[in-house]
Structure formats: structure tokens, C-alpha cells
Design a protein around this ligand. Structure first.
Ligand SMILES: C[S@@+](CC[C@H](N)C(=O)[O-])C[C@H]1O[C@@H](n2cnc3c(N)ncnc32)[C@H](O)[C@@H]1O
Length: 234
């Protein structure tokens, strides 16, 4: 697996989407890597089943038989076997321990349609413009330190007419769940994800980007906790 150097590792968020408390440590690439090195050995045990509906929905919306699809934040590769085998897949992730598990899954399940897995930062994808027919990113946007910069990069690598398919937990606007998420938000850097993720982060980005249009926004199980968004590159 080719390790890239990420000058962005030392970069702090510019404040566009830093909803944590002012004193909370900032979720940056270093924290993400540390956190997912810890999660990697138990990730499938904890998250395989509970997050399965979103992965299935993302794969169903993202598959392009005969086409090329990028899976950003592929993690341990749980969604890879869910795609039609004629869809050519490339998976990238910041965490090498997570990717090693994805590589094992690809080999053990003989997923010959997976053309490559590599360490890469969602904000600095080493692909040319318009290279993919679709990009999927299940359960990733709340984890990447800079969601807007990642979205900009996802749009760059997808073809005009292609889609970006996201699945995320969208934070509660009010009530007890919002309080819990606000408290958890102060622990974002340690958790390796951002519990507070209002729809406005995505909505504002879509609204301010003339290159994209929201095609679909749908609630997903369990309990409608997750949201699938399909965004078309115009
Ligand atoms: C919650 S996991 C989701 C993994 C997989 N998509 C799934 O459904 O199980 C989030 C993944 O995003 C990766 N990630 C976080 N920030 C990233 C970034 N800037 N670039 C690429 N991957 C990133 C993490 O390393 C982690 O593997």
C-alpha cells in the first residue's frame, strides 16, 4: 500500500465547520489516524451490523455496472461486497490499519472488481478531474476533519452527470439528543468523529456550489438516525 505524505496533517480547521466547544481539541487528520488505529481491530464487531442498512443503500445508489466508482473512507471495506461485481471500485482511506482489513476482505472474498485500495486524504485525492462515474462515502463526512474541502474534492473527481452518495448521521436540532450530541462534541477528537453534524453543513455547501444539485435526501434505519444524500455534479 502506497503511503502518501499529507501536508494537511498539521493543518487546523479554518472554522467553517468546527462545531465543537471552543476549548475542545480539534478533530484533525492526526486524531483520525490515532482513533482509527484503535478502532480497526474491533470496527467490524461494533459497526458491521448496525451500519449495514446505510452501506447497502449507498452501494445500491452508487453502483454503476461497467463504470468506475470511488469509495472514500472505505474503512475495513464492509460495503465493497455489496456492489454489483461489474462495478469497478477504488477505495481510499486515511487509516492504513483500516485499509489492511479492507485488503484482507477483498482477497478473502475474491472481489476482483476492486481495482485498488490506497492511503489517501479525502481533501487531496490523487485522481484527475472527472475520473469517476460516482463517488460513495458512507459514514465518512462526520469523520473527516474538513467536510467542505472533502466535498469540493469529491465533486472534482466525479464526471459531470455523475453522483456523490453520502450517508451520515445528521445531528438533532434540539431536545435531549441535541444535548447529548453537544456533550459528545467536546470529545470529537478522541472519538474520531463529530457527533454534531447539522444538515446546514451539507445544505449550505450545496446551496453555494453552482456545480451541484441535491437529487435525494432520505432517512435510513435504524430509527431514521441516518440520512442518505444523492448529489449530482452538473
Ligand atoms: C466510520 S468509518 C466508515 C468506514 C466505512 N465507509 C463503513 O461504512 O464502515 C470512517 C472512515 O473515514 C476515514 N477517514 C476519516 N477522515 C478521512 C480523510 N480525510 N480522508 C480519507 N478517509 C478518512 C477513517 O479513517 C475511517 O476509516
Amino acid at each position: 500500500m502506497q503511503e502518501e505524505t499529507f501536508p494537511g496533517d498539521a493543518r487546523v480547521l479554518d472554522g467553517r465547520s468546527a462545531p465543537q466547544g471552543a476549548d475542545a481539541p480539534i478533530l484533525d487528520n492526526k486524531h483520525v489516524k490515532t482513533s482509527y488505529a484503535r478502532w480497526a481491530p474491533i470496527y467490524d464487531l461494533v459497526f458491521a451490523l448496525v451500519l449495514r442498512p446505510g452501506r447497502k443503500a449507498a452501494a445500491a445508489a452508487g453502483e454503476r455496472p461497467g463504470g468506475r466508482v470511488l469509495d472514500v473512507g472505505v474503512g475495513t471495506g464492509l460495503e465493497l461486497p455489496m456492489f454489483d461485481r461489474r462495478t469497478r471500485l477504488i477505495g481510499v482511506d486515511l487509516s492504513e490499519p483500516m485499509l489492511r482489513r479492507a485488503q484482507h476482505r477483498v482477497s478473502s472474498k475474491a472481489l476482483r472488481n476492486v481495482e485498488g485500495l490506497g492511503v489517501m486524504d479525502a481533501t487531496r485525492l490523487a485522481f484527475p478531474d472527472g475520473h469517476f462515474d460516482a463517488v460513495v462515502a458512507p459514514y465518512v463526512l462526520t469523520v473527516v476533519p474538513d467536510p467542505e474541502a472533502s466535498l469540493d474534492e469529491l465533486v472534482r473527481v466525479v464526471k459531470p452527470g455523475g453522483e456523490i452518495i453520502l450517508v451520515n448521521h445528521v445531528g438533532a436540532a434540539s431536545g435531549p439528543m441535541a444535548w447529548i450530541e453537544a456533550w459528545l462534541g467536546t470529545r470529537s477528537a478522541d472519538l474520531g468523529w463529530r457527533p454534531q453534524f447539522p444538515w446546514s453543513i451539507l445544505g449550505d455547501w450545496i446551496g453555494s456550489n453552482p456545480q451541484v444539485r441535491l437529487l435525494e435526501r432520505r432517512s435510513l434505519p435504524p430509527f431514521g438516525l441516518f440520512t442518505l444524500a444523492r448529489i449530482m455534479r452538473l
